[in-house]
Design a protein. Structure first.
Length: 341
């Protein structure tokens, strides 16, 4: 339920947020910037008593830029992206250690409202589980926009976890004064602790966001090695990379319910051998994925292999198959067997 309207004069935090919109103030103290020097410092021993570490959930409706933001924060691709809604289907953890602070970012699936099948129930369960077990929430919206899908995602935010309003694509807003009423309405909907106007593609905005988030993380020992970028396995990343290329190269033709299963993952020295199955729901979808003379499937495999070789800095042999499993997204047992809890 939206909070009662608060006059700006009675809310100094809202006054500061409005000042940011109008360009009268810096968005927030800069804090630790993600510079090469600090990256190197992160590898040096840090006194455990000085360490900070905590979970930061990235939440919002589908296709609002959550995965792009996570990848920018980590400094490397750990979450796949495409224009297709529901690209992210799992709780993806991205880790960044800067100075004495370790940020554990959690990218969540966009909260689903269009379909009530078993797959979407599993995805929404993932989102709800993530937002209730973190130290901070980044609620991502497009600057100046808010619709029913945003409202559904916002309704999940727990009252006991501080949340920041991250207005992404702020660089595309030409009349900042027009955002003042929008920001006031957003603050009435939820008592956001901070307002962060930014672009996930701007390095300076990403650096600033680290400084804003840091003060919300508890002082405690790091949970991961400072060189870690994610807690997901290479097997998982292989499936995700194939799925990204699948969605990007088939566009809107292929239903979102298609998925990827890793059948074999073997390491032979500097070579990784991977066999994967692309699962679709209809025979006609199989033809879309394979393409004329197998060209579409070949391109999916080539681009996924190149991405994985770049990620792991090794040679990859990738073999792809396509199988039809009708109605799998409506079958709770099969959804679980495919790795969606």
């Amino acid at each position: 339920m939206p909070a009662s309207p608060v006059p700006p004069s009675a809310n100094p935090d809202l006054d500061a947020m409005l000042a940011q919109v109008l360009g009268k103030d810096a968005a927030s103290p800069a804090g630790p910037a993600a510079t090469p020097a600090e990256e190197a410092a992160a590898a040096e021993p840090v006194d455990v008593a000085a360490q900070r570490c905590g979970y930061v959930a990235i939440v919002g409706k589908p296709n609002v830029g959550k995965s792009t933001l996570l990848n920018a924060l980590v400094g490397q691709k750990v979450s796949i992206t495409s224009r297709k809604a529901q690209t992210t289907r799992h709780r993806i953890t991205g880790i960044r250690t800067l100075g004495a602070t370790q940020f554990v970012f959690v990218d969540t699936p966009g909260f689903q409202t269009r379909h009530g099948n078993a797959l979407n129930r599993a995805l929404n369960k993932t989102v709800l589980g993530a937002v209730n077990d973190v130290d901070l929430i980044l609620f991502v919206v497009e600057a100046g926009h808010f619709n029913l899908a945003d409202a559904k995602a916002l309704s999940m935010l727990p009252a006991n976890v501080p949340a920041m309003l991250v207005a992404n694509k702020f660089d595309l807003v030409h009349r900042r004064g027009d955002l003042a009423p929008w920001l006031r309405s957003m603050q009435e909907r939820h008592p956001f602790a901070e307002f962060v106007p930014m672009s996930a593609k701007a390095s300076k905005d990403i650096e600033r966001l680290f400084g804003i988030c840091e003060k919300y993380l508890p002082q405690q020992p790091w949970m991961h090695d400072p060189d870690d970028l994610t807690d997901r396995s290479e097997r998982f990343m292989a499936a995700e990379m194939v799925r990204e290329k699948l969605f990007r190269l088939t566009g809107d033709e292929l239903p979102y319910t298609s998925t990827v299963i890793i059948d074999k993952f073997e390491e032979e020295g500097a070579l990784k051998r991977i066999a994967a199955t692309i699962v679709v729901e209809r025979e006609g979808h199989k033809g879309m994925v394979i393409g004329e003379k197998g060209e579409k499937l070949k391109r999916i495999g080539t681009e996924a292999r190149q991405e994985l070789e770049k990620l792991w800095d090794c040679k990859v042999f990738l073999e792809l198959w396509v199988k039809v499993r009708s109605g799998w997204a409506d079958d709770d047992a099969r959804v679980r067997s495919f790795g969606y809890e």
